[in-house]
Design a protein around this ligand. Structure first.
Ligand code: 4AD
Ligand code: MG
Length: 486
């Protein structure tokens, strides 16, 4: 008999018909000569109830129906007398496709997240991880649909790269060299000319620079792929291997970029509410009672658009009023997540798009603002008037990061500097070696255009949408420092 998925069997009202379902036993209980199996096949959070008469099955078969076992069940679909389900199956035959050893690690309810990470090969079979992974799939579909519907082209950028896009020394090297016998020059520096690519290569930290090549040809592109960062950040928000979505768009200014960021996130959140109802209701009940309310809240409100300088003012004001932060936040400092979360969770109580950052901690490619304040006399150069009359450390750049409640930074974005001369001045100021990025500079030489883009951390979006607290629990097989199992 043809198999019906549990999600369809539960919706089916052809009572009295024979049906076949296959799946894994979530639980089994028995009373008065009848046994009840909760069977799940991953198609939905919901289990289908199988009812069997002890008298109709060999005792040996019934014994082998344990939590985790894989079954093929045939029987009659009937209206369920039990509350909360329309149909159930009166079993006529049960085939055990796979017995489950009594060492099965998921037998007990209420296992900790930490424990479940040690059995990541099996945790997708739990209710919670099933829900998270179905939502994760749905978010990927939302993202592709959004960009496709808005005329963006999916652009595939390489994972192996000879350049360091963000200028941070936190990349994983890619090599076929024999690490036990490295060829070195007289200074002891490794020679790469005999390596696979004939030069030093790494896994990419971002597809942006190649994305810009796509945008300046196709007008609007997006990437969606894995990204690698070897930073040793053992936090609930960092992975060494994560997925990033990076749209890049020609002729987009800073306001339009912020509109895009906001519209895109809201579209994804709405998609989850529209398409993942059962899974969200489960998570809302089991993980976080305010989840659905929070998701709906994000759709209703306009995100705050806050220049960095004003953000610093608010933080300084808070400190004056007794707020304590671990890290300093003077003009020119990169914000720590405690500062971001203060602004988002305590001060505004809604998502914030922070703009116009000092260049001290932002990437070289961001569009430079003429001056800090735009006031006369403020050239943005050191010594000109700037933040509250203090000496300005330099011009700001048109970054547009999105900060989210309980997540912190979910999007990092900016308008890009399209002027060759300004870009090169910044490169020189930072003493950057552009040998491997000659092709990037060509975009500013051959028909340069204003353009902008951003990167959304996929797992951070999934954290927000599921209400989960640790990024290790929203990707099937996380990669973090000292952990590459599974
Ligand atoms: O802010 P980031 O570093 O920006 C870029 O890489 C730009 N090239 C993007 C662009 O403009 N095209 O990273 C973008 C986002 C962050 O906001 C965060 O959500 C996520 O990527 N992210 C991480 N997620 C998980 N683990 C990590 N280690 C992450 N690092 C960044
Ligand atoms: Mg960032």
């Amino acid at each position: 008999m043809k198999r019906t998925k549990v999600i369809d069997a539960l919706k089916c009202t052809n009572f009295g018909e024979d049906i076949c379902v296959k799946g894994w036993v979530r639980s089994k209980r028995g009373s008065k000569g009848i046994f009840f199996i909760a069977l799940n096949d991953g198609s939905t959070i919901k289990n289908i109830q199988i009812v069997g008469d002890d008298a109709n099955f060999p005792e040996e078969t019934i014994k082998r129906i344990t939590t985790g076992a894989c079954l093929s069940v045939e029987g009659k679909l009937v209206e369920s007398p039990a509350a909360g389900q329309t149909s159930e199956i009166q079993a006529t035959s049960i085939e055990i496709l796979g017995d489950c050893d009594n060492t099965y690690p998921l037998q007990k309810k209420g296992a900790s997240w930490e424990y479940l990470r040690t059995v990541a090969h099996l945790r997708p079979r739990t209710n919670t991880f099933g829900a998270i992974l179905r939502i994760r799939h749905n978010m990927a579909m939302a993202i592709h649909t959004y960009f496709h519907e808005h005329g963006y082209f999916y652009f595939h950028t390489p994972l192996i790269t000879a350049s360091d896009c963000e200028g941070a020394g936190n990349m994983f090297q890619v090599t076929t060299k024999n690490l036990y016998d490295l060829k070195k020059d007289e200074q002891g520096k490794i020679i790469y000319d005999d390596d696979f690519f004939g030069e030093q290569t790494s896994l990419t930290v971002s597809g942006q620079l190649e994305g810009e090549l796509g945008a300046t040809a196709l007008g609007a592109i997006y990437t969606f792929g894995p990204t690698f960062r070897a930073e040793n950040s053992n936090t609930p928000r960092h992975l060494a291997e994560f997925w990033m979505i990076e749209p890049e768009v020609a002729f987009l200014d800073q306001e339009e970029l912020m509109d895009l960021e906001e519209d895109f996130i809201k579209y994804c959140v709405k998609w989850a509410l529209d398409n993942c109802k059962d899974d969200l209701e489960f998570l809302n009940k089991m993980i976080d009672k305010t989840l659905i309310e929070r998701l709906e809240g994000v759709l209703k409100e306009a995100f705050v658009r806050l220049p960095y300088t004003e953000g610093i003012n608010i933080l300084q004001e808070a400190i004056k009023n007794g707020k304590k932060f671990e890290f300093p936040c003077n003009w020119g400092d990169d914000l720590a997540s405690e500062h971001e979360r203060y602004l988002v969770e305590e001060h505004f109580k809604k998502p914030v798009i922070m703009t116009d950052y000092p260049r001290s901690f932002k990437s070289f490619y961001m569009k430079q603002n003429p001056g800090i304040s735009g006031k006369p006399g403020d050239t943005g150069e050191s010594g000109s008037i700037g933040y509250k009359g203090a000496v300005a450390p330099g011009p700001t750049m048109q970054g547009t990061d999105v900060l989210f409640p309980s997540i912190g930074e979910i999007i990092g974005g900016s308008v890009r500097e399209e002027s060759y001369d300004k870009l090169m001045a910044e490169v020189k100021r930072r003493d950057m070696d552009m040998t491997h990025l000659w092709w990037y500079l060509d975009t500013r030489k051959y028909g340069s255009c204003p353009h902008a883009g951003f990167g959304l951390g996929f797992e951070r979006l999934i954290l927000f949408v599921t209400g989960m607290q640790n990024i290790r629990d929203v990707i099937p097989f996380p990669r973090t420092p000292r952990n590459a199992e599974f």
